[in-house]
Design a protein around this ligand. Structure first.
Ligand code: 16G
Length: 245
């Protein structure tokens, strides 16, 4: 961060140059997760840039999740999560996916109970006018790291007692002979709004993946309509493709 490193002409706005230098230092490992960034005034003295420029560059890195600011103790390189590769062709549960990797599974309950369904739940679950829906809302975590927010809706006929779900919904359904055997899943991009970002411990606006799963019993009855938000920095989804015969 010497004054020579920042040129007025070639590299675009100065705060963008600063942003790029810090991002490069993180990518190359010269700055490591948990490292404390020097205070704004020291960075200004080292680089010859104004404090306003430093602040702008740092704020952009906080917004993109590469730096975190802790009140009273400064700015740090954000902890990195290990990316998980998740196969898309198997109908597995979060608990199974994590246990297969030898990871600890935890969930934080946000809400659960029997309620009147919203229009999209009526549609997805094929409910009648007076039917109830069991809602399970959890933050799914592994080894202490929040990975996804999951909002599952099931017909009350399938799950009349949402409080019976302990660790694994699929384990409970399996024990009752109601484990789904087929599902349709849709994945799309989403920027995480403040509330969801907060639940996942990431800055608002960062990239997430919205996943919708509708699962079926062998007789075609819908078991669950689950809407999840996965951290974009934690998942790679993989699927094997074959040439059609
Ligand atoms: C997975 C499923 C979710 C299912 C849950 C059950 C996706 C996108 N979602 O997270 O639909 O309800 O597993 O997990 O894969 P559990 O058995 O651990 O409660």
């Amino acid at each position: 961060f010497t004054p020579e490193a920042f040129s007025d002409s070639s590299g675009g706005p100065l705060y963008v140059q600063l942003h790029r230098r810090i991002a490069d230092a993180i990518a190359s490992g010269r700055l490591k997760p948990g490292d404390n960034l020097p205070p704004e005034r020291d960075l200004a003295a080292m680089s010859g840039l104004s404090r306003v420029t430093i602040r702008k560059g740092v704020e952009a890195l906080v917004a993109s999740g590469q730096l975190v600011q802790k009140r009273g103790s400064g700015t740090f390189v954000a902890p990195q999560v290990e990316r998980l590769e998740q196969a898309l062709s198997l109908l597995t549960s979060f608990t199974e996916d994590m246990e297969r990797r030898g990871r600890r599974v935890e969930s934080r309950w946000i809400a659960r109970g029997l309620q009147s369904p919203a229009p999209e739940e009526v549609m997805a679950l094929g409910l009648g006018a007076n039917d109830l829906v069991a809602r399970l809302e959890r933050v799914r975590m592994s080894d202490g790291v929040p990975l996804a927010i999951e909002r599952a809706s099931l017909p009350a006929t399938v799950l009349p007692d949402p409080d019976a779900v302990d660790r694994s919904l699929y384990a409970l359904l399996e024990a009752r002979g109601k484990r789904p055997v087929r599902a349709v899943q849709r994945i799309s991009a989403a920027n995480l709004i403040a509330r969801d970002a907060d639940l996942l411990g990431v800055p608002p606006g960062v990239a997430g993946l919205r996943i919708e799963r509708v699962s079926y019993l062998p007789n075609g009855q819908v078991v669950e309509f689950t809407r999840s938000l996965y951290r974009g920095d934690a998942y790679d989804f993989a699927v094997e493709l074959k040439l059609s015969p």
